[in-house]
Design a protein around this ligand. Sequence first.
Ligand SMILES: [Cu+2]
Length: 180
Amino acid sequence: MSMFQSSVAKIALASFGAATFATVSLADVGHDADANIGQSGDVSTIDRVIEVDMGEMYFTPGSYDIKQGETIKFVMVNTGRAVHEFNIGTDAMQDAHLREMTTMLRGGMMSTRELYHDKMLEAGMMHADANARLLAPGESAELVWTFSGDAEDILIACNVPGHREAGMEAAINMMPATDS
Ligand SMILES: [Cu+2]
């Protein structure tokens, strides 16, 4: 995360020469770094599969009850007309990612309707984060995640600028691991 953040800061400097913009990115490096949201899940220990529909501006289902330690395979499809993101993280992580997305839009790495993978590669912003998927309209993806962390404010959000503000987020309700 911190390597990614620092590359974002460099890109901000290189692309815009805007000291203020770089400062904003750097200010939050390490912020919330201790938040434990869990980890990439092992495909051989999947407890449940949840299908997720993404569109303007929603996730369906709109909230998720997940037991502590559960490994979920999310299968998401973007049935909308805009680029959408599925991102598991704390509120602070989502905010940091919103800034990265803003950089990508301004840097021409994506539009609201398309992803330009060659330009992302060039800039070193491939969006291959384990906890997130970025989907063009019509695309689908999978993400296997083990909810073994202790962060209390985990949610799923789309950080394409303007989307989360328009309601594109879904609550994760962590439940104690009781019955087996
Ligand atoms: Cu979105």
